[in-house]
Design a protein around this ligand. Sequence first.
Ligand SMILES: Cc1cc2nc3c(=O)[nH]c(=O)nc-3n(C[C@H](O)[C@H](O)[C@H](O)COP(=O)(O)OP(=O)(O)OC[C@H]3O[C@@H](n4cnc5c(N)ncnc54)[C@H](O)[C@@H]3O)c2cc1C
Ligand SMILES: *[C@@H]1O[C@H](CO)[C@@H](O)[C@H](O)[C@H]1NC(C)=O
Ligand SMILES: *[C@@H]1O[C@H](CO)[C@@H](O)[C@H](O)[C@H]1NC(C)=O
Ligand SMILES: *[C@@H]1O[C@H](CO)[C@@H](O)[C@H](O)[C@H]1NC(C)=O
Length: 521
Amino acid sequence: MGPGAAPLPVLFPVSFPVPFPVSFPVLLPVLLPLLCGLQRGAARELPAPPHKIAVIGAGIGGTSAAYYLRQKFGQDVQIDVFEKGDVGGRLATLTMEGQEYEAGGSVIHPLNLHMKRFVKELGLSVSPGAGGLVGIYNGETFVFEESSWYIVTVVKILWQYGLQFLRMHMWVEDILDKFMRVYRYQAHDYAFSSVEGLLHALGGDEFTRLLNGTVLEALQKAGFSHKYLHDIVTPAMRVNYGQSANVNGFVGAVSLAGAESGLWSVEGGNKLVCSGLLSASGARLLAGAVTAIERKAGSGPDGQALPSYRVAYETAGGPASDLYGLVVVAAPLNRRMANITFVNFSPPVPEFHKYYHQTVTTLVRGRLNASLFGRTAPGPFPLTEILTTDGPDLFINSVGAVTPVTGKRGAAPAEAPSAVWKVFSQEPLSEEQMNLLFASYDAVRERRWLAYPHYRPPEKCPPVILHDRLYYLSGIEWAASAMEMSAIAAHNAALLAYHRWYGNAEMIDQEGLYEKLRTEL
Ligand SMILES: Cc1cc2nc3c(=O)[nH]c(=O)nc-3n(C[C@H](O)[C@H](O)[C@H](O)COP(=O)(O)OP(=O)(O)OC[C@H]3O[C@@H](n4cnc5c(N)ncnc54)[C@H](O)[C@@H]3O)c2cc1C
Ligand SMILES: *[C@@H]1O[C@H](CO)[C@@H](O)[C@H](O)[C@H]1NC(C)=O
Ligand SMILES: *[C@@H]1O[C@H](CO)[C@@H](O)[C@H](O)[C@H]1NC(C)=O
Ligand SMILES: *[C@@H]1O[C@H](CO)[C@@H](O)[C@H](O)[C@H]1NC(C)=O
């Protein structure tokens, strides 16, 4: 273009007739939502927010639900959180000799972004996982043992398993990559009305297939050897979920991700996240066990039918009840756990005969019986984490040295003179078993859990929507039980409750979100 030419952008070609309405389809996507928005605004007023919200359970699921519900519904809503035990639920510590140790959920993956964000926003600190040497024991001998010489370990791995460790890492990374899409969907406020729908939006049919079959089948199909599955994969399932490689493929992948590096926990105890979220949410904590939820027909200000729910609960002072416009159940619904009766629902809220596995955590200060593990040589026992394969004689799932939740983190736990060990087993340890496992011991603490679902694919997850304004979080545990999963379910339930309250159907169960959000960036 020469210096004399005026490069004027013709913004308003008023003097020219518009030959075709070319600009109309271009403008349509911009104008349409505006027009519709106006129409909708003119047609009806936004409904008032719920007067009161009940959340049942103050574990990580319930407390993060309170936090996200506050974020969505604003400051004026009263949120009550019911808890029959301790805030934290399955995030809890055991105190031994004046020190606290994690007794339930203990490690967090570096890519668990909700947990990471909570810790940051609540001003808590991260404590890195302890290092140490792992051995895998089959009841007679170690099928695999790490060496304190890294290079020796690498050579052993290559010799015994070829490149399968690397391939497994890639298999897990691929699933994790897809799983991470959830954070973008939730950041854009999208919600899902079922666990299966959420997983399908993340990983398509591949994720559905993972829920449909065992992790064993999934990895066999991917070409992993029988030896690798037996020696490496099964022990990871046993330590994390107290079960074999017959768990579903999705929880299997979560479990294998839990064997990666960079794991962390919360300084002072993971349960601090729950108490922190509770106070950040400004919710009221009600100490009591909810026994029943009854549907009440009521009416809104404009005469339209509005359901509300009477929540009945037992407190130290006797029974009580209160009415709520919205209820979120954040505890496993079965008779042995939440044990809540649903009254006056039609169709009835289904009974979930879903079975949770017992896992017993035993903390022991003592010296392991090295000869039980086939060590006759004198000298310190080098391993700090012993995993186990499936075997009929094994009465433990794992035993590992642990450090307290405060201070002294990051350093590998010491064996001498004696360490604190955490044993996971299906049944409480008998005195005989204690004397077999430990050469000597001087302190023991135990906590029994109904820990996680007994996985038996094909897995069908319980519904998220139990009734109009009654939501259920814990169904996600049937895909995989982990702190982050409960937080994801909590965020989803808050978004879903909000969009359903205000009739934002376009924010629920959207197909093709991944493509849609990718082109938006
Ligand atoms: C031994 C063990 C090790 C684990 N290790 C890990 C790990 O390393 N990493 C990880 O991510 N996850 C781990 N998990 C899993 C993790 O702890 C759970 O998935 C998670 O804590 C579940 O949180 P939640 O809030 O959904 O349920 P919960 O923590 O079970 O919370 C439910 C709460 O509801 C309360 N409640 C129940 N019924 C009622 C009622 N009727 N009225 C009032 N209150 C009620 C309960 O008392 C409880 O506090 C582990 C779990 C166990 C047991
Ligand atoms: C999963 O299993 C169900 C039945 O159990 C079946 O209907 C569905 O097609 C399966 N999906 C995939 C992707 O394999
Ligand atoms: C569940 O609650 C009912 C009463 O609501 C009680 O009768 C029953 O014993 C409870 N079940 C368990 C397993 O605690
Ligand atoms: C240790 O294990 C061996 C079996 O290997 C057993 O005979 C012994 O009684 C156990 N206990 C002690 C204290 O050594």
